[in-house]
Structure formats: C-alpha cells, structure tokens
Write a protein that binds this ligand. Structure first.
Ligand code: ADP
Ligand code: MG
Length: 464
C-alpha cells in the first residue's frame, strides 16, 4: 500500500471513525494526542481512559476512549524531550485494510495533528510517498460532522481567557468587549494568580481558589514585561494542555529578548539600523565606529522599568554615555541614529499575517523618541507596500500572530526598530478607527474553525 504524508484513518476499537494522520517516518512509534489520561484497574489488568479531539482545531468534538495498557515507555518527542507515555494496541483502518498498531498517548501537541503514524506501524506493509496526500481518499466536512454528531458539544461562543495583569487597562477592556460582542465567553485572569500542575498525564492550570482552567478554548496573553518569565511559563502550560494561545510562549519569549529578536530579523534578511552590542569592558571608540560614529543611540537593555534609550549627538557624549553604562555593568546596544526620520516612527499592528492598523508617532519637540509617551502625537498614516511587507514578515519570523511592529523610515528604506508581543490598542484604535481587538478575536475564531451562528432575523420595527 502506498500512502502520502497525510491520510485519513480510523481507529474503530476506540470509537474513532475518522482521524487525520500525519505520516512521520522519522518517528519510531505512533502517537495519539489525548488528554485527561488516567489509568485504572479492570479485573487484574491495567487500563487507561482518555479523551481525544479527533478533529484538528476543534475542541468541541470529544471522544472518550478506553484500552488496556500494554506498556509504559519513555518516548522522545520531536523536540527531543523524553516523556513517559502509556502504550496501547489497537486496530488501524486505512483504505480498506486493517492492522494492529501500537499507539503511545501524549497530551503534547503533535505538530498540530491529532495522530502521528510512526515507522513501526508501517514496516512491511506501507510505502510512503512524501509528495502525496490523502491517497486513501478525502473525507468531506459534512461526512465528518455526521460521524461525530453525538460527540459534539453544542456550538455556542468560545471560552476565551485573557491572561493579563490589569482588567481596567483600556486595551484589556477592549479585548473583553470585542470577544463578548462576538458571542464568546470572556474570562479575565490575572497572570500572577494562576498556578499550575506540572504533570505528564494531567497537566492543569488553577486560578486563585483552585478553579481549574483546562476547559478554555483559547487564551490571549498580554504579558507585562516584568512578568515575562512567569507569563511565558503559564502560556506554555496552556499550550501543553492543547489550549490555543494567540501568541505562543516561544514567540513572546523571543520578542522580549531584544538582541535575540534583532538577530532573528537579520537572519531572515530584514533590515534594522546598524547596531553594536557589547558587554563591558569594551573598546568604546571601536563600538562607536561600528555604527558609523555620532550621532548615535544608546539603549540600555536591562532595568526594572523598560530600558533607557538615549541619543548622543557627539562622539564625546557617546563615549561618556557608554562609559557610564559600562560602570553600571549593563549590556549595551548602540545604534546608528536615523536622523532623517525627524523623531517619527510608524507603529503597525499585524494580526494573523495582515497589517490591520497603522499609525505614525511624532515625538515632542526636544525629544527624538516617538515611543508611547503622553507627549507623543499619533496620526493615521499611509503605508508603502514594502513597509507592510516588512512588518508582516517581522511578525512571522518571530512567530507572533499578533504584533506591534515599529518601523522607522530611513534614507535607505524602512527599518525595523522593535517588535512588541502585546501592543497597546487604545491609541491605534482611536487614531485609525480600526477594530484591532475584533481582528484579534477573529484570528482565534479562524484558528479554531469557529463560525458565527447565523443571526436571528430582526423583529420588524414598528413604523415611527
Ligand atoms: P522603547 O520603545 O522600549 O523605549 P525603542 O527601541 O523602541 O525602545 O526606542 C524608543 C524610541 O526612540 C523609538 O520609538 C524611536 O522613536 C526612537 N529611536 C529608537 N531607536 C532609534 C534610532 N536608531 N534612530 C532614531 N530614533 C530611534
Ligand atoms: Mg518602542
């Protein structure tokens, strides 16, 4: 039998009539993405009960399964992490044939697929054509729906958790509002009040008095810079349970490490101002030459409240600034000063690969920084296609579904200043009139394949 890289299969003994399988000849064992995995005794033998979301991007369809445990095994996932998993044996059906395979149960997301088919299950009976897919036939959406009719919870709004710190912050209010407007159930969770159970079989997230948050469909992380470490751990925990996070923990972590983020951007051929980075002690003069001398910008990467960004107009000023930071044992980012931008930069919001809003920020007289401060004036701006492409690509290479991308216009074209994983919504919505919060909620709907129920016809209004 020849199979492609993806195929529809069935696991009849588990009550799964259709599941899209990723053929992974790089893996030895096959894996099924399961949750609520719990072992129990039946007679003398050990069994395992678990639940499966058989359909991708759909957490409303749930099949409950039971099977005898034939082994517990350490399995290395594709990320190289070893995990102790239950192993079951069950019949696999594909293209008119049926044979027994061993399946390990894991609650890790298997590359977005609910099941991976490994070598052991294919040896001696299957050849793989990596260029092909669904050689055993496609299954229509309606057919899947009828297969799983009894297993699907009633379709209503999604359960969405907003992971942030301050419910009164305008951006957070807007997100709660935008979600509710679209018929979802929005829950605000203070990141610091969440705690989690790190456990291979039953990972959990708890809140305050112990409410378990495993029943959410998606989370929107809005991690404050000083909570990056804990916030990323929390988001990662949700991801390991299989709950979709609008920005992944990994992408938030990467964008928070400013130098790492710049290195990723450069590696993908995106332009930034010429920059130097150093740890003390350094040759101050050489560092200044590296960015083509004064005027130059010095950025302090550490510090409790964001970082300091200072302009040195002369070489002398640059030297003393750098020496001062050196004596603080701080990591220094030195950057060519984009003078021709005249204190302006653009903030683009990218959601799901599209620029959904953009504004220009102008610093106040006497300051070169046009970042979010009260004195900054913001206005709508018309963007060049190249600028949009730059921002979209920056978000993509950092893995951010939602990003606030700062772009500065230089003589040699647009340059990236920084990429923010929790951009403020208030100013940009006000200036542009765009529903950025709504675009973020829509991105979750798309990811989870959620469709808005058809609106009820409006009751006829009496004539005025
Ligand atoms: P933060 O926003 O964390 O304070 P940024 O790196 O975004 O740090 O810098 C703050 C502001 O300073 C930017 O919004 C921009 O207006 C200005 N700025 C930063 N780097 C440069 C540069 N290389 N040339 C000109 N202006 C800059
Ligand atoms: Mg900034």
């Amino acid at each position: 039998m020849i199979i492609g890289s993806e195929e529809w299969c069935a696991l009849p003994a588990l009550g799964i009539p259709a599941i899209k399988v990723r053929v992974d000849s790089g893996a030895r064992t096959s894996a099924l993405h399961a949750f609520n995995i719990k072992s129990f005794k039946r007679g003398d033998s050990l069994w395992v009960g678990f639940e499966v979301h058989p359909l991708q991007h759909n957490r409303r369809t749930i099949v409950r399964c039971e099977a005898p445990v034939i082994d517990r095994r350490l399995v290395k996932s594709s990320s190289g992490v070893a995990e102790k998993r239950y192993v079951i044996r069950t019949a696999l059906q594909h293209d008119g044939q049926s044979w027994d395979i061993e399946l390990t149960l894991t609650n890790r997301d298997s590359m977005g697929y609910r099941m991976l088919l490994g070598r052991e299950a294919m040896v001696g009976r299957v050849l793989v054509d990596p260029a092909a897919a669904f050689l055993g036939g496609e299954i229509a959406h309606e057919q899947l729906q009828s297969h799983y009719l009894d297993h699907t919870r009633e379709r209503s709004g999604l359960q969405i958790g907003l992971l942030a710190s301050n419910p009164d912050l305008p951006s957070n209010r807007r997100l709660m509002e935008a979600g509710e407007e679209r018929g979802h159930h929005m829950h605000f969770y203070d990141i610091k009040q969440c705690y989690m159970k790190l456990d291979a079989e039953t990972p959990e997230v708890h809140y305050r008095g112990g409410l378990i948050l495993n029943s959410l469909d998606a989370v929107i992380p809005r991690v404050r810079p000083d909570l990056t470490f804990y916030g990323c751990a929390l988001v990662r925990q949700f991801e390991s349970i299989g709950i979709f996070s609008l920005n992944s923990a990994e992408s938030i972590g990467s964008s928070r490490d400013k130098v790492y983020a710049l290195q990723v951007l450069l590696r993908h051929g995106l332009s930034i101002p010429v920059s130097g980075f150093a740890d003390s002690p350094i040759e101050t003069g050489e560092l200044i030459d590296m960015v083509n001398g004064a005027p130059l910008v010095v950025k302090l990467l550490e510090g409790p409240q964001g970082r300091g960004v200072v302009l040195a107009e002369t070489r002398k000023a640059g030297e003393s600034l750098i020496n001062a930071f050196k004596s603080l044992q701080a990591n220094l980012l030195v950057q060519e000063y984009i003078q021709e931008a005249e204190g302006r930069h653009m903030r683009l919001i990218v959601v799901d690969g599209k620029v959904v809003a953009a504004m220009q920020r102008q610093s106040s007289p006497g300051d070169f920084r046009s970042s979010a401060q009260r004195s900054v004036t913001a206005s709508a701006v018309k963007l060049a296609a190249a600028e949009k492409r730059l921002a979209v690509k920056a978000a993509r290479v950092l893995g951010l579904k939602v990003a606030g991308v700062d772009v500065i216009r230089s003589r040699r074209g647009p340059l990236l200043l920084e990429v923010n994983s929790s951009p403020g919504l208030e100013d940009i919505e006000e200036v542009t009139g765009k529903d950025v919060a709504g675009a973020m909620i829509s991105a979750i709907e798309r990811q989870l394949g959620w469709k808005r129920p058809l609106a009820q016809p409006l009751a006829a209004e009496p004539d005025a």
